[in-house]
Design a protein around this ligand. Structure first.
Ligand code: NAD
Length: 262
C-alpha cells in the first residue's frame, strides 16, 4: 500500500538483486517509491562496487537519470573483495551520490553493517579505511587475512563503516545539508550471503551460540531488516541520524549488555 513517507520519492538501492536489498526494493515499490536498483547483474544499473571504475559508473548512471531522495548502500557480503565492497564500495556510493541527494527536500542515506562489526579489529586496518587508503588497508589484510578480528576482514570492514557513519553524520556535509545518515547492523538473516552458516549443523550451532538472537529467531528474515532501512530512509525520519541500529533479534544486547551506559 502506498505510504506518504515513500510515495513519489526515488531511492537508489545497491545490492538490489538479492536478500536484504531485494526485500528493501520490494517494500519501497509497494509503498509507492521509484527504485533504481544496482547490483552485479539483474538490476537497473549493473556495476561492480568493489572497483573504482564500478563505483564511478554507478554515480554517472544515477546522475544521468535525474533527481534522487535516498541512497541505500546495502551491497556487500563475505565472499570476495571484503574491504573493497563492504567498506570502500559503500562509502564511495554514499559520498559519490551525496551531491545529488542534497537537492532533495528530505534526503536520507542508510548503509548496512553487521553484528560482525562488534568484534574488535586491527586499528591499523580501521585507520587505513577511515583515511580512504584502500591500498594500505588491503596490504594489512594481505599480511594478516584475519585483520585482527574474530570476524575477519569482513568484520573489520563493517566496524570501519560504523566509525565512518559516527564521524561524518553530524558534519555540515551531512546533517548540515539535511541528510540523515544511519547504519543498520543486521544479525543473521536468511539470505544467500548467510548460507555458509547453514551448510553444516556444527557451524549453525557455533554461530548461534556466539551471537544468540532471542527475539525473532535464528535466522531472521531479510524483510525485517528492510522495514527498519525503509523507515530510516523515509521522509518521516526527521530526527534520527548518526546511529548504528542493530536489527539482530537481540544479539547486540546479549553481547554488549549495558556497557555503554556505565
Ligand atoms: N545475511 C546476513 O545474515 C547478514 C548479516 C549481517 C549483515 N549482512 C549485510 O547485509 C547486506 C546484504 O546482504 P544479504 O544478506 O542480503 O546478501 P545477498 O548475497 O543476498 O545480497 C547481497 C547483494 O549484494 C550484491 N553485491 C555483492 N558484491 C557486490 C559488488 N561488488 N558490487 C555490486 N553488488 C554487489 C550481490 O550481488 C547481492 O545481490 C550486506 O551488506 C551484508 O554484509 C547480511
Amino acid at each position: 500500500m502506498t505510504r506518504p513517507e515513500h510515495s513519489g520519492r526515488t531511492y537508489v538501492v545497491t545490492g538490489s538483486a538479492s536478500g536484504v536489498g531485494a526485500a528493501t526494493a520490494a517494500l519501497l515499490r509497494e509503498r509507492g517509491a521509484d527504485v533504481i536498483g544496482c547490483d552485479l547483474s539483474d538490476a537497473d544499473i549493473q556495476a561492480d562496487l568493489s572497483t573504482p571504475d564500478g563505483r564511478q559508473s554507478l554515480v554517472d548512471e544515477v546522475a544521468s537519470r535525474g533527481a534522487i531522495d535516498a541512497v541505500l548502500a546495502i551491497a556487500g557480503g563475505g565472499k570476495r573483495g571484503l574491504l573493497q565492497t563492504n567498506y570502500f564500495g559503500a562509502v564511495a556510493t554514499l559520498t559519490g551520490l551525496r551531491p545529488l541527494l542534497i537537492q532533495s527536500e528530505a534526503p536520507r542515506a542508510v548503509v548496512v553493517s553487521s553484528t560482525s562489526s562488534l568484534s574488535p579489529a586491527d586499528e591499523q586496518v580501521l585507520q587505513a579505511c577511515l583515511d580512504g587508503d584502500e591500498a594500505a588497508a588491503q596490504a594489512y589484510v594481505d599480511a594478516d587475512p584475519s585483520a585482527g578480528s574474530a570476524a575477519g576482514a569482513y568484520g573489520a570492514a563493517k566496524r570501519a563503516l560504523n566509525r565512518w557513519v559516527r564521524r561524518v553524520a553530524p558534519t555540515p556535509e551531512w546533517a548540515g545539508a539535511g541528510i540523515a545518515l544511519n547504519a543498520v547492523a543486521s544479525g543473521v538473516v536468511d539470505t544467500p550471503a548467510a548460507s555458509w552458516i547453514f551448510a553444516s549443523e556444527e557451524t549453525r550451532i557455533a554461530v548461534e551460540t556466539a551471537a544468540p538472537q532471542p527475539f525473532g529467531g535464528f535466522p531472521g528474515r531479510p524483510e525485517w531488516v528492510a522495514e527498519l532501512i525503509c523507515w530510516l530512509a523515509g521522509a518521516g525520519n526527521r530526527f534520527v541520524t548518526g546511529q548504528i541500529i542493530f536489527a539482530d533479534g537481540g544479539a547486540e544486547t546479549m553481547l554488549v549488555g549495558d556497557r555503554h551506559w556505565r
